[in-house]
Design a protein around this ligand. Structure first.
Ligand code: ADP
Ligand code: MG
Length: 319
């Protein structure tokens, strides 16, 4: 296949344009957000998302074992449901198992998925099982239900809105990327507190994922306060090893699976003073009319931030 310019996101854009003319009123939202929205009847919105994980790319089976692979495969999909502030309902799991250890690996995946599914009230409702001579691949499709006034899309940001994140970022490759905690409860608490205008989960890195919100909201920009971005201790550790700054890790590493939340200024100040129980909300900047991501330094200078993030076609390294 000839890949279009622009790597992974370029190809997704090509697919999106190719299918742009196929519309149905019951498909309220197709390609472009964390989940699609299906509205079979006026008062029922269903969310659908799917993510495929492959050995050597998203995990190393020989290092982490099948339980961790199963956990991660379901957790990253739960994170996309959280990213719409919806409630997960049913999971469908398709697996390509390495033939020599098919049953053992299949059972191990289940050990990782079932406790997580039970914790989030998700029914494992179907799937597909294959074995082959290739490496393990796990594809989870997750269906969720909207919780009014949700679902929250990527496209609702406006200039002047405040940008926050729900936890510290960077350095997930030290091991956290295998055990993400899906922010479902946090997203639903935010929805009740004062619905966000836009929401995304940080899977490819803050710069890239906030960039998706700005693009989907009509080509806006953001000014971020560098010292306000919460940095995970793992980013500090990695920084000592690879000499990239902790902030660089926080912007670009990805797989943090925290939420990037866009709210109006009034909600932001209420959230900072009195957040709902269990919800962390770190204000990191605000949305601007002027496109592009930039830092606002303490002396008032505007310093552009590069918009790279994790691109599956660009990067060769695995987990
Ligand atoms: P996320 O990081 O939230 O999982 P992705 O970057 O994987 O999102 O995908 C962005 C959007 O593109 C989503 O709406 C997704 O459903 C859609 N998408 C990705 N790959 C394909 C594909 N091969 N065919 C159709 N839609 C796709
Ligand atoms: Mg997502």
């Amino acid at each position: 296949m000839n890949l279009p310019n622009g790597g992974e996101f370029g190809l997704i854009e090509t697919i999106r344009r190719r299918v742009a003319n196929s519309t149905r009123s019951s498909v309220r939202l197709g390609i472009g957000d964390d989940c699609a929205i299906l509205s079979p009847s006026p008062n029922a919105d269903w969310l659908v998302t799917t993510d495929m994980l492959m050995d050597g790319r998203h995990f190393r089976l020989d290092e982490c074992g099948p339980e961790a692979a199963g956990y991660k495969a379901l957790a990253v999909n739960l994170s996309d449901i959280a990213a719409m502030a919806a409630r997960p309902v049913a999971a469908f799991v398709a697996v390509a198992l390495p033939r020599a250890r098919a049953v053992e690996i299949g059972r191990g995946l289940l050990d990782g998925m079932v406790p997580l599914a039970e914790r989030f009230g998700v029914v494992l409702a179907g799937g597909d099982t294959n074995a082959w001579d290739g490496p393990l691949a796990v594809c989870v499709t997750l269906v969720g239900e909207a919780v009014p006034p949700g679902p929250i899309l990527r496209s609702g940001a406006r200039p002047g809105h405040v940008i926050g994140v729900t936890g510290p970022l960077g350095g997930s490759l030290l091991g956290r990327h295998l055990r993400p905690e899906p922010r479902i409860a946090e997203a639903l608490a935010l929805l009740e507190f004062g619905p966000p205008h836009a929401l995304i989960d940080i899977s490819d890195g803050l710069a890239s994922d906030l960039g998706h919100i700005l693009d989907e909201s009509g080509g806006l920009g953001a000014l971020l306060i560098p010292n306000a971005i919460p940095i995970h201790p793992d980013a500090e550790i990695m920084s000592r090893q690879d000499l990239r700054s902790p902030l660089d890790h926080a912007l670009y590493d990805g797989e943090d699976f925290e939420l990037c939340v866009v709210v109006d200024p009034e909600t932001a100040s209420r959230l900072q003073k009195n957040p709902p129980p269990g919800v962390r909300f770190h204000v990191i900047g605000h949305v601007t009319e002027e496109p592009g991501l930039a830092f606002l330094d303490s002396d008032g200078t505007r310093r552009p931030i590069e918009r790279r993030g994790f691109d599956h076609f660009a990067e060769k390294a695995g987990p």
